[in-house]
Design a protein around this ligand. Structure first.
Ligand code: ADP
Ligand code: ZN
Ligand code: ZN
Length: 733
């Protein structure tokens, strides 16, 4: 019998990140378990706080001052002992608090008091008697019989236009009865059946290999359109047959709606979907369905890895190279790594899929840690698209100053004539990328963020993409007073305008952050294009992945240089990925696809490899650069980021931290420290930003030590200086 419990309090202060001991009251003793949320008196004033049970003891050494738990907050524990194991590992690895880690296991609605939604639902009662065996009673009865316990009487009356009073009469006579039950807030739309395909040889080989091999982790490296989804579905089905569950992680953007259509279309109610646009109530309901064992497959963005499945068969991570699998707020976890820990906890298998695997994952394949499976052909026999690289410098020489090369222009005309569809890609939204004075060169920047403003034509304002602030376009230059204010660079909004001017008859859609803010806007653009009600789709990285439109035969990349020139050691990897993914949208039907990539760097190696579909060559070169430069996977990077509204305090604090760390790290010749220096983006939302980068073989121990030193040194400026510590971050800027 447990008489004491160790508790983490629900307070985000780093100082309270320890286990507090409480007495278990008599009334809770036979029910108490790890993972319960409880109310406890805390601190000098005995303020009531929520806490989470993470330890149970039969006895403690002294119990003089130990306070008592007040009560449970919920009827059930919110996480299990196994989850707790993972929580502890994550806390160590991702340098954060218990509470940070606990919270990702719990749907946020629970903290706001969301509970099961109960309603009075209508069921059939005794058989209709003779004198009621006529309409409207008869049809009401038949309807309820078909949808027993699904709707409320109001809903039935409204939806089928049946009289409420007749329904009430039937209830009075016992032909219908009502009962209070839990209802799902998630409004389920109907999905077309997605029929099973006969696997081709490559797919069959992959499925067999994954099921029969002793290996735990697999990488399916398959060209775009190779039918990876069909493989995932077979694995999921296999797991289901032996009573096991599966998690499928996809990048957020792929969640709406294609992957979902396919899984719902095949597995129906056994599937649960988690995307960022669910309301707290909907998310809670879906989480509860998983917890109650009513769901066999969950598809979701990275946080779906924490769903309360207890009997996992497969963890599948589609587009495994995606950066969105790494969280950028605490806990700064990587879902790939968490998935791997779960695999060892549950004895399940993990399948990674990609047309452009991350360098790290492919490296692990070459070392035998991950089983590589290659798919070389498109599943439905379609040919791979032809990719052409166009040197935009030559266009300039030939006096073409427009955003479109001659060949792209001609190809667009050609497809419009043939009534085939076109996708144009540009990884920058807005109208023009910066606004500056032609006379003195002054660039208009957001004063909060030190980032140049982007002009948005539709609202006629300059917008900061970091903090969202908007200002009117200045008529004169604030520096020299000249009136020659000019717009430079292009974004998707401008491309849309240019295309409209050139091709009056074409129907054009634009998909980017600005056009998809409303709840169903993504879906509506997607459907319009899919149903052929538009000719050209213009978009940012949102349209680069996953979409499967059969009638698209031309993809144009307006400016490949944007990703080539990123100040990041992963820029080549990103370029390869982007070109491959965007190209993968072309020629997915019977008609062959063509891709036109415009660039000022036509000899760039990643670009060339991507155009010729030579991943292996690209990888070999990239891995040797990583090794020479000691970048991941040959080292870890620990990024310490500090920010403050007070620049003096910030610089003093980070320099102090820098001196301390350097003194300690100097003894370790496997670790190198860079900085402190200002971040590339030196100010965001009025906060100045500096960083220290530590590169090398960083063990858990060293990382924990560094964290401790940083927090100790910042104790006195805690209110002024924010600090973030990230192991292997995705964003270095
Ligand atoms: P990937 O995810 O690998 O890019 P998809 O899963 O989107 O590829 O598959 C590409 C297309 O091929 C889809 O339209 C899919 O329905 C189809 N497909 C998949 N497997 C088969 C198969 N065995 N036979 C015929 N068509 C298939
Ligand atoms: Zn000026
Ligand atoms: Zn700003």
């Amino acid at each position: 019998m447990y008489t004491y419990a160790g508790i983490i309090v629900n307070n985000s202060s780093v100082k309270l990140d320890k286990i507090f001991t409480y007495k278990v009251p008599e009334k809770l003793k036979d029910k108490i378990e790890i993972g319960f949320r409880v109310k406890v008196p805390f601190g000098m004033g005995n303020k009531k706080l929520d806490g989470f049970i993470v330890k149970l003891y039969e006895n403690v050494l002294h119990d003089k001052k130990i306070k008592e738990i007040i009560d449970f907050c919920d009827d059930f524990p919110l996480f299990t002992a196994k989850d707790l194991e993972l929580i502890e590992k994550m806390r160590e690895r991702y340098l954060c608090t218990y509470l940070d880690c606990i919270k990702v296991f719990i749907p946020r609605g629970i903290f706001k008091g969301v509970k099961d939604k109960k309603q009075n639902l209508v069921y059939t009662g005794k058989k209709l008697e003779k004198n009621f065996d006529r309409n409207p009673y008869k049809s009401i009865y038949e309807l309820v019989e078909g949808e027993n316990g699904k709707y409320t009487k109001n809903f039935i009356s409204k939806k089928y236009n049946l009289s409420l009073s007749s329904i009430n009469t039937m209830i009075k006579h016992g032909f219908l009865i009502t009962g209070r039950s839990t209802v799902n807030r998630y409004d389920e739309r109907k999905y077309d059946i997605y029929s099973k395909k006969t696997l081709n040889e490559e797919q069959q080989f992959a499925v067999n290999k994954i099921i029969n091999s002793d290996k735990k982790i697999f990488l399916i490296h398959g060209v775009t359109g190779s039918g990876k989804t069909e493989i995932y579905m077979r694995l999921v089905e296999k797991a289901m047959k032996s009573g096991k569950e599966s998690i499928i992680l996809v990048p957020e953007i792929a969640l709406t709606p294609q992957m979902v259509e396919r899984f719902k279309g095949r597995f129906g109610k056994d599937v649960s979907v988690f995307h960022s646009k669910l309301s707290d109530g909907e998310r809670y309901d879906e989480w509860m369905r998983v917890k109650r064992g009513q769901v066999k497959v969950a598809i979701g963005a990275r946080s779906a890895i924490f769903l309360p499945f207890r009997n996992l068969g497969f963890i599948i991570i589609d587009e495994e190279q995606e950066w969105s699998y790494k969280s950028d707020s605490n806990p700064k976890y990587n879902a790939r790594e968490v998935g791997e820990i779960k695999c060892s906890q549950y004895g399940c298998k993990m399948v990674l899929g990609s047309a452009t695997p991350s360098i790290e994952t492919y490296h692990r394949c070459t070392r035998g840690e991950i089983q590589l499976i290659t798919l070389k052909n498109r599943a439905d026999g379609a040919a791979m698209p032809k990719i052409r690289i166009i040197d935009m410098r030559e266009e300039l020489v030939n006096n073409n100053k427009s955003m479109f090369s001659k060949i792209l222009y001609k190809s667009i005309c050609d497809r419009l004539n043939k009534r085939e569809q076109i996708i144009l890609f540009l990884n920058r939204r807005g109208y023009s990328t910066f606004v500056s004075c032609r006379k003195c060169g002054y660039v208009f920047k957001c004063s909060n963020c030190d980032i140049s403003y982007t002009y948005h034509h539709n609202i006629g304002k300059l917008v900061c993409h970091y903090c969202g602030s908007k200002i009117d376009v200045p008529k004169t230059c604030p520096k020299c007073g000249s009136r020659y204010v000019k717009y430079f660079g292009v974004g998707t909004e401008k491309i849309e305008q240019l295309i409209k001017n050139e091709f009056h008859q074409a129907k054009i859609l634009r998909m980017d952050f600005d056009t998809t803010r409303k709840k169903n806007s993504y879906e509506s653009i997607y459907n319009t294009f899919k149903e052929g009600r538009a000719d050209i789709l213009i978009g940012t990285q949102m349209i680069a992945k996953g979409l499967d439109f059969k009638n698209v035969t031309l993809v144009g990349v307006i400016a490949a240089d944007l990703s080539i020139n990123l100040p990041d050691f992963r820029s080549s990897e990103k370029t390869y990925e982007l070109i491959t993914q965007v190209s993968g949208r072309a020629g997915r039907g019977e008609k062959p696809g063509e891709v036109i990539v415009q660039t000022y760097n036509p000899e760039n190696y990643s670009l060339r490899c991507a155009a010729e579909n030579r991943y292996r060559d690209f990888y070999n070169r990239e891995i040797s650069i990583r090794e020479r430069m000691n970048y991941p996977p040959f080292s870890d990077i620990l990024l310490i980021n500090m920010s403050s509204k007070n620049e003096d305090i910030l610089i003093k604090s980070i320099q102090n931290v820098g001196i301390f760390l350097r003194n300690i790290l100097i003894k370790n010749d496997k670790i190198e420290m860079l900085g402190p220096c200002p971040c590339e983006i030196s100010k965001i939302k009025e906060s100045y930003r500096w960083k220290i980068m530590i590169k090398g073989k960083i063990s858990l121990n060293i990382a924990q030590n560094i964290r401790k030193i940083v927090y100790d040194l910042l104790k006195d400026v805690y209110n002024d200086v924010k600090v973030s510590i990230d192991i292997n971050p995705i964003n270095m800027m």
